[in-house]
Design a protein around this ligand. Sequence first.
Ligand code: FAD
Length: 308
Amino acid sequence: MFRDMFRSTLLAASRSTAVRALVESAPLSRLVVDRFVAGTGVDQALAVTREILTDRLVTIDHLGEDTTDRARADAAVETYRTLLRRLGDAGLADRAEVSVKLSALGARLPVDAEKIALDGARRICEAADAVGTTVTVDMEDHTTTDATLQAVQDLRLDFPWVGAVLQAYLRRTESDCRNLAVRGSRVRLCKGAYDEPASVAFRDRHEVDRSFVRCLMALMAGAGLPMVATHDPRLIAIARSLGQRHGTAYELQMLYGVRPQAQTRLAAEGERVRIYLPYGTDWFGYFIRRLAERPANTAFFLRSLITG
Ligand code: FAD
């Protein structure tokens, strides 16, 4: 109950420009942010990628979302294309892919939003194809689910390896899992990071966990590649046992900076583990979602502000 209120309050505060200004200007923010973000530029992102690739795989996210400016949307596309070229030049593209948010590519622009975002995503897929890697389209709040899944379906006509993300907290997701668990598909299943109403989402965390297990069963019984994105030890254990029972290949995915020892332990045990690695200057929204997932993170952050 307290946890839910805390999460909703923090996610609501993240829409306040005053809170944003306060957090971004706080002198120690950067140190705390660095736990979750691999620096601001592509060189730093590639350096961290190289380290992780010693035992795990990577999906790189260039931070940014909710762009309402066409020039910024175009710049985001170019940033991804440069990143992909650099991954290819460095010989890392066989083990590192990218994750993309459609709202960073223009999906919230006032006119032609869906077309602009889809064209941008297509250009990113072309660059990924050229170096032999893949793209996964992140999922944002529930108002975007249909449009995002439609975009993934459109992209997959030309780039069948494009991955989708489904959020177990949405009531619709078990059915989406069944529809998407087809040959060649790549589906990342996560709990979901936004503050959604009870009309569309399970609000109780036990219900979210039960939904996650039902979704896992649908994906593991299907013909695609399940990408199990959670740090929850019980759900990871269930995924491993379902994968073994069905003889299904799968990936475990975790966020950079979250349970790093578990990440390396699972890799050492022979699991295919992929790390979601964000970089860039637009870290605010991503950072607040990470704080909202764990009250202890917020306490640590507030302490660092007070003690300096
Ligand atoms: P939780 O119950 O939140 O956490 C389980 C345990 O993991 C906690 O007890 C704690 O020990 C640890 N933990 C979890 N989060 C943190 C944290 N922030 N800091 C410290 N410890 C933590 N969400 C979307 O809505 N759309 C996406 O596209 C999306 N992509 C994702 C991609 C990947 C690879 C991953 C791993 C997550 C993604 N998420 C996405 C976020 C996801 O929806 C959850 O919000 C997040 O993973 C926390 O849920 P959990 O499954 O780890 O379970």
